[in-house]
Design a protein around this ligand. Structure first.
Ligand code: SF4
Ligand code: SF4
Length: 111
């Protein structure tokens, strides 16, 4: 299974935080922090933009390391929510997938 598909289905490969981390690109960290700050209304600084991916070894972006979906999948012993028979009914993932339907598609494609 592709490790860069996060528990929730986001493709970490195309995440600017991961790209900025792997390439140590401070300009991309600044741009990503500004974009996410505007998008999510959260106080996100360039210093916070460090992440190797949800299921990869290494540093995690704070909001992803505290993610309820990730915690829940971990607690159930799943690599991703694709293994869960509640995928189509779970409100926790539904909250995310209503904004990021491609994440649900990525999970479905894992099965
Ligand atoms: S876990 Fe990291 S790489 Fe994946 S979406 Fe979250 S911030 Fe991006
Ligand atoms: S209950 Fe929801 S968040 Fe938890 S593993 Fe299943 S689909 Fe994912």
């Amino acid at each position: 299974m592709k490790k860069t598909i996060a528990c929730c289905g986001i493709n970490c490969d195309s995440c600017d935080a991961r790209i900025a981390t792997l390439t140590n690109d401070n300009e991309l960290r600044e741009k990503t922090a500004a974009t996410w700050k505007a998008q999510f209304g959260a106080d996100i600084t360039p210093e916070m933009i460090n992440c190797t991916g949800c299921r990869e070894e290494g540093v995690k972006f704070a909001h992803c390391s505290e993610c309820e979906i990730r915690k829940c999948a971990d607690a159930k012993g799943f690599k991703t929510c694709a293994s869960c028979d509640m995928l189509d009914t779970c409100d926790t993932v539904k909250n995310l997938h209503q904004y990021l339907p491609e994440a649900l598609t990525n999970l479905k494609n894992l099965n």
